[in-house]
Design a protein around this ligand. Sequence first.
Ligand SMILES: C[S@@+](CC[C@H](N)C(=O)[O-])C[C@H]1O[C@@H](n2cnc3c(N)ncnc32)[C@H](O)[C@@H]1O
Length: 264
Amino acid sequence: MNNALFDDFKYWGLPQLPPDLKSRWYDIINTYDNDVKFYESILPGGNYDLLEIGCGTGRLIPTWLRYLKGRIFALDKEKFMLERAVSKTRSHPEKVRLNFVEADILDKTPLPKVNFAIASTNFLSLFSNKIKRMKCLTNIRKLLSNNNSELVVDIDAFPEGFKTENFYTSSYEKDGHRLLVLRYDYYGKEPHTISSQYLYIPFQGFKPYAAFTEETETCFPPTSELEEEFQQAGFKIKTIYGNYNKKKYRKEDPVRIFILNPDF
Ligand SMILES: C[S@@+](CC[C@H](N)C(=O)[O-])C[C@H]1O[C@@H](n2cnc3c(N)ncnc32)[C@H](O)[C@@H]1O
């Protein structure tokens, strides 16, 4: 299904926003930090190595560097996202422990084994079917070093969004520039999926000067399905939290944060 607004947009003739500005606007939009205290509370602070899969522009990297003393591997498939993460950490006093990895987690990525892997902010929901989720999970599983290693999967980071058919608009302002965001959500092809079309138009004053569109399909499978997939991918479920204050998950909770151990 396509929204006519997004089709008509093709004829507006605005140039594509360059990737560096795209990742800058990504940071202006994504200012949430409600998960940071949660991660602070679960990281043991020792000499452990950590992998963040889909690190984006590195929102959580300072937290990893502050709470762990080992190496941090920050993986993302998008060069323009990683470039911003690199520039934001250039003067970090601990940056020698930081390794940026441009790779798709669905591909084979030669990486050293780690003690922690983090799939934050709905990362797993970006895989819209079981085949892709299983590939993602088995690839992560191979990168964990021992029985005590952990994978954290935060799959419902914004439970209020993404679950209904709807049209949203929002706008953001920074340094005299305004970004208008139009988002259209509709039920996707696969079960439990929501497709979203985004249209972003940055303005200076009243003049739009670029635009970009994005399409995503996010999938929020029921807990029983996820539990089965985690086990099939070689994980044991250590615990499931129902919010960032580490409340034990109950069926009615809109949030699920899974803590998994590899089952060797
Ligand atoms: C919503 S951002 C999350 C950023 C960060 N984890 C955070 O919590 O602030 C998701 C990131 O995952 C990346 N990504 C999506 N699919 C991926 C894949 N198959 N392999 C690696 N990275 C991927 C995207 O490029 C994007 O930067």
